[in-house]
Design a protein around this ligand. Structure first.
Ligand code: NAP
Length: 316
């Protein structure tokens, strides 16, 4: 079996095409575009790339998309002050603080900064209020990556209700909200992590496997029931020739690209899984673009809710 490719890139473009006219209508009605502020502290190269993509996407749909930069030497107080100003800025509907924050800000910096974002502007869905509302199944701003996975499954007509789902990874930003969203859509969900015993056997039970681990190619054929849907959230930059060679056979164009560039972006799912799975998201071009599309969706929802003076309406 060669798995059907779940093209997140194409879907994300479709979604942006749906959002743009709504943004134009918002501008006409309220005399301003929805506003997104992205806060970037320091100069982490991967974060620079992600932030650039988010700003570009925001501007493409017609948002005001501001980059708010702070140097790596900024203090936690500087950052909290910036977030407080953005909370009060009436032209800004969505605030995203790009993680990871520089280590120098301290071990609890991310928690403190995410906690400080006004819940109605929390387009990443990380604030405790929005997380709590998600747990209770109440309308909220939902983390973009798991929301993007649900959107992808829905638009690709992959049934979730009654299916067995295995989420590998239990982080606050991906694994946990992913499991909740699948459960709310009536899947029977198993959450796995680094202490799970016989992970391949547990995963093999599932009709839908979501890998959010951060380990290149960890999910091999042994993890996948024939015909299962496999969603690869992982985004790993491989620079080790041995790892690259363990993922791509000699002659594979991506191995050639690795040798050319010295690195290659891969997921948590081994390419061999395409021989077993029924459907599979590629990396790049799967969950990543859907995550950015959901940031656009969340920002528009936040803008509409703020402009109407009400609560954020129910999303997917
Ligand atoms: P994280 O916070 O590091 O969490 C990783 C999870 O994987 C943890 O729950 C960990 O278990 C589990 N894990 C680690 N090694 C394992 C193993 N050998 N077997 C089973 N489980 C294992 O990572 P994250 O932020 O959720 O991100 C996961 C991946 O998704 C990364 O590659 C990241 O770059 C990518 N990502 C992509 C997007 C996107 O837009 N595509 C967005 C966010 C993240 P423990 O809890 O037991 O430690």
């Amino acid at each position: 079996m060669i798995a059907r490719k779940l093209d997140g890139q194409a879907l994300a473009e479709t979604i942006r095409g749906e959002i743009a006219p709504q943004v134009a209508a918002f501008q006409t009605r309220y005399g301003r575009p929805p506003g997104l502020a992205i806060v970037l502290v320091g100069d982490n190269p991967a974060s620079e790339v992600y932030v650039r993509g988010k700003l570009k996407s925001g501007r493409a749909v017609g948002f005001r998309a501001d980059l708010e930069r702070l140097p790596a030497t900024a203090s936690l107080e500087d950052l909290l002050g910036l977030v407080a100003r953005l909370n009060l800025n009436t032209d800004i509907d969505g605030i995203l603080v790009q993680a990871p924050l520089p280590k120098g800000l301290g071990p609890d910096a991310e928690t403190r900064v995410f906690d400080a974002i006004a819940p109605e502007k929390d387009v990443d869905g990380f604030t405790p209020g929005n997380v709590g509302r998600l747990v209770q199944g109440r309308p909220s701003l939902v983390p973009c990556t798991p929301l993007g996975v649900i959107e992808l499954l829905t638009r690709e007509h992959i049934a979730v209700a009654g299916k067995r789902a295995c989420v590998i990874g239990r982080s606050d930003i991906v694994g946990k909200p992913m499991a909740l969203l699948l459960m709310q859509r009536d899947a029977t969900v198993t959450i796995c992590h680094s202490k799970t015993v016989d992970l391949p056997a547990v995963s093999r039970e599932a009709d839908i496997v979501v890998a959010a681990i951060g380990k290149p190619g960890l999910v091999t054929k042994e993890f996948v029931k024939p015909g299962a849907t496999v969603i690869d959230v992982g985004m790993n930059k491989v620079t080790d020739p041995e790892v690259a060679a363990s993922l791509f056979a000699e002659g594979h164009p991506r191995l050639a690209k690795f040798r050319e560039n010295g690195s290659v972006l891969v997921g948590d799912v081994h390419p061999e899984v395409a021989d077993v799975a029924g459907a599979l998201t590629p990396v790049p071009g799967g969950v990543g673009p859907m995550t950015i599309a959901m940031l656009m969706t969340n920002t528009l929802r936040a803008a509409k809710a703020r402009a109407a003076g009400g609560h954020v309406p129910a999303g997917r």
